[in-house]
Design a protein around this ligand. Structure first.
Ligand code: ADP
Length: 336
């Protein structure tokens, strides 16, 4: 049986704060703490959570824009940390990134055509004719006219620039695209067009996405599975429908309750979430969510809850709703 496309095991990233010359131990920002998940070919895994919970750091670690403090990233079963130089190049073709702000991530001096063919030209020489044909093909793929290839980014709208960012990511025919807040800066109507483009591309070419967003309505539209992060850790990972229908972790419940509700017939949940996200330099003991959690018991202040598999296929880290002693049915399925 084929394994997952991407497998992440115990990924951890601590950023040292200052040099600590006069101190014995250097304080660290615990940006990502013991994160594990996998992504299947053609699947969309969303990562959600409040700002500062470590979502972008996970993306940077996957793209090797930052080195992990601990943990492994495997693509098609191969650990990318151990790859030789030429293998890194081959692996880089498999995984591409789309950023939140296409304006700052696109070179303003290059034309649209040059921007989207550049990744391919890093690998092989293209004739003028080949370059034009490739640019036209990629522009069509993202719903733009080939005539746009001579425009500069400043001559395009926000939505067109994001389409360009996607075309650029597609140029090397990757198996996985990491989209980090890729539609967050766009107007709602343009957001919907870009999301539909991503969905169409997935259907056509079977591409997998890691879709990072703080916006739950976007995630609900595009995700197959959702990982919820809080202060660097995954607290719940579940199929998208199940997560939105019946969140198990109190933090997931609070996030959904706090989100604007696109469907007015949907019942709003009533778990209040108080206070701010604590600092990842000095995270609370035990379950990091306990100071804000209405269900917290003594144990939550002491032990970090492990991710426990539930009967419906999700995993949840919560002493109260997913006690680690046995495989529990989700609390809402439990017989009373
Ligand atoms: P998110 O994408 O969920 O908003 P980030 O991954 O950007 O969160 O950040 C997680 C935490 O790591 C934050 O507290 C952030 O300030 C910190 N952080 C991110 N990058 C660095 C860095 N290069 N140096 C120090 N701290 C960082």
């Amino acid at each position: 049986m084929r394994g997952p496309l991407l497998k992440v095991e115990n990924l951890t990233k601590h950023y040292p704060l200052g040099t600590g010359i006069l101190k014995k131990t250097v304080p660290v920002v615990r940006a990502v703490e013991d994160v594990s998940f996998s992504v299947e070919a053609g699947e969309t895994l969303c990562i959600v959570g409040e700002s500062g919970c470590g979502k972008s750091t996970v993306a940077r670690l996957l793209m090797r824009l930052a080195e992990p403090t601990a943990g492994r990233v495997m693509i098609d079963g191969t650990d990318i940390a151990g790859l030789k130089k030429h293998a890194v190049r081959a692996w880089r073709r498999r995984m591409q990134m789309v950023f939140q702000d296409p304006y700052s991530s696109l070179n303003p001096r290059l034309t649209a055509g040059q921007i989207i063919t550049e990744p391919v030209e890093n690998f092989e020489r293209l004739s003028r004719k080949q370059r034009k044909a490739l640019a036209a093909e990629l522009l069509r793929k993202v719903g733009m006219s080939p005539e746009m290839m001579d425009r500069l980014p400043s001559e395009l709208s926000g939505g067109q620039r994001q389409r360009l960012g996607i075309a650029r990511a597609l140029a090397l025919q990757p198996s996985l695209i990491i989209a980090d807040e890729a539609v967050s800066a766009l107007d709602v109507s343009v957001q919907a067009q870009i999301l539909n483009l991503l969905l169409d591309l997935q259907q056509q070419i079977g591409i997998a996405y890691i879709f990072i967003s703080h916006d739950l309505s976007v995630v609900q539209h595009i995700g197959h599975r959702v990982a919820v992060m809080y202060l660097g850790r995954i607290v719940e990972l579940a199929p998208c429908d199940a997560l939105f229908d019946k969140p198990v972790h109190p933090y997931t419940e609070a996030l959904i309750a706090a989100a604007p509700v696109p469907d007015p017939t949907r019942v709003r949940l009533e778990v209040p979430m108080e206070g701010e996200v604590p600092s990842p330099v000095n995270p609370p003991s035990g379950c990091a969510f306990h100071p804000r959690c209405p269900l917290a018991v003594e144990r939550c202040r002491i032990d970090v809850p492990p991710l426990v598999p539930m009967a419906d296929g999700r995993v949840v880290a919560c002493h109260v709703r997913a006690p680690a002693t046995e495989i529990p049915a989700p609390f809402f399925l439990a017989a009373h």
